[in-house]
Design a binder for this molecule. Structure first.
Ligand SMILES: NC(=O)c1ccc[n+]([C@@H]2O[C@H](COP(=O)([O-])OP(=O)(O)OC[C@H]3O[C@@H](n4cnc5c(N)ncnc54)[C@H](OP(=O)(O)O)[C@@H]3O)[C@@H](O)[C@H]2O)c1
Length: 373
């Protein structure tokens, strides 16, 4: 097995030759044997005895095409994520692949055909590899008419879909609010909301005027109705004036859904512009260590409801049929929308470069997606 590490990328060729003539001669994987800083513990390895073994009757062999590097993947490797696969583990939870071999029973039931695009049904499957051999129930077919870059990020699209449709029944023209609106989930929220005729108020972090304007223009180009930032929000008195007068909320229904990806000061401040009976759904904690805090009066007198959402939990507690139905909802939308998620596609062979990009706080760098083929 060839093993590379981020800090010591020395190649060992000891047992490479014996894999060269196998069916899958070019198998590669990103594996970790212990938790820790991903740049230190992740190893790029070539060759794997297991993948060469004959398929079990209920298995399919998938050639991975693309897989993103998500914040949760890195947290999982660090060992600070609730989902902890048994070690050693292969990185990556999301991704898109193509079926290249089918086990006997799966073939008999006509469940998959060669060339089908599939995504994993369950989390922590380990998508950062060139080939994946799994029980057929752990993958579902997905339309090959959709851009594979978007399909590799279906977890984010499905999260956004559940956040928008799972907590409040919004009507056309209703507003929702979100922070970290430039995140991949945030971009998905904007486009799904627009697809259904809902409107969005989007907050991002202000870094400098150029960057802010660039991001604001981009978010508006994909359908954001209003965009603002933390500096404006913290000046709540003036922000409220803008909200009521410039944005017209004095005379229209206030937002009733707030999708919180951060925590910290955002929750209490954004709560000030929500209507009665609103739902606040927390799905991310980007400001690590911060709390979700809100004035008691919002809960007592305005009947706010606080929720959390975790797609991994949802996937683990729902049947394949329910998962397929969520996928269909997303697919139908993706067939009709010129859906965009800011991404940088990096060759799988350049994994360490991709990882490095993830840790560099390059503004507006977009989601890093690994390309396997
Ligand atoms: N619950 C679920 O089921 C679920 C599913 C998918 C994702 N998530 C979570 O959702 C979050 C976003 O995921 P993603 O893949 O969309 O992320 P992403 O594209 O990598 O974007 C990260 C976002 O977080 C913002 N951010 C980072 N640190 C921040 C801080 N200290 N304060 C405020 N904003 C901060 C970034 O803003 P800047 O551009 O200003 O840096 C950016 O908007 C992550 O926490 C992820 O784990 C949850």
């Amino acid at each position: 097995m060839i093993s590379y590490s981020f800090f010591n990328q020395k190649k060992s060729t000891s047992s490479f030759n014996k894999f060269l003539f196998s069916t899958i001669s070019n198998y590669k994987q990103i594996i970790y044997y212990q938790h820790g800083d991903p740049r230190k513990v992740l190893k790029f390895e070539e060759g794997n005895e297991e993948i060469k073994k004959e398929l079990k009757p209920n298995e399919i062999l998938i050639k991975m095409k693309m897989a993103p590097i998500n914040p949760a993947d890195l947290n999982q490797i660090e060992g600070v994520y609730p989902l902890k696969p048994k070690l050693p583990a292969i990185g990556g939870n999301e991704g898109i692949g193509e079926v290249i071999e089918i086990g006997k029973d799966v073939k008999n039931q006509n469940l998959f055909k060669i060339g089908d695009y599939v995504i994993p049904t369950r989390p922590a499957i380990g998508t950062w590899r060139t080939h994946l051999k799994i029980n057929y129930e752990k993958a579902v077919k997905i339309s090959s008419k959709i851009d594979p870059v978007i399909l590799s990020n279906m977890g984010l699209v499905r999260t956004a879909m559940k956040l928008i449709t799972g907590f409040e029944s919004l009507n056309k023209g209703d507003f929702l609010v979100q922070n970290a609106a430039n995140s991949a989930v945030g971009q998905s929220v904007i486009q799904i909301a627009k697809f259904y005729g809902f409107k969005t108020i989007n907050f991002i972090r202000y870094k400098n005027a150029n960057l802010y304007n660039e991001t604001k223009n981009y978010l508006e180009s994909i359908g954001a109705d209003f965009v603002s930032n933390d500096i404006e929000l913290k000046d709540i008195k003036n922000f409220r004036k803008k909200f009521n007068q410039e944005w017209g909320f004095k005379n229209q229904k206030k937002p009733k859904l707030f999708l919180n990806c951060v925590g910290d000061f955002w929750v209490d401040l954004i709560a000030k512009i929500l209507g009665n009976d609103s739902s606040i759904v927390t799905y991310g904690g980007m400001a690590r260590g911060s709390k979700v805090s809100i004035s008691p009066s919002k809960l007592i007198f305005q009947n706010f409801k606080l929720f959390g959402f975790w797609l991994s939990q949802w996937l683990n507690t729902h049947s394949n049929d329910q998962i397929i139905s969520l996928n269909s909802l997303c697919q139908d939308m993706l067939h009709q929308v010129d859906f965009k998620i800011k991404t940088q596609v990096v060759s799988f062979n350049d994994f360490y470069l991709a990882l490095d990009k993830n840790f560099k706080n390059e503004p507006n760098r977009g989601k890093i997606v690994l390309k396997m083929d």
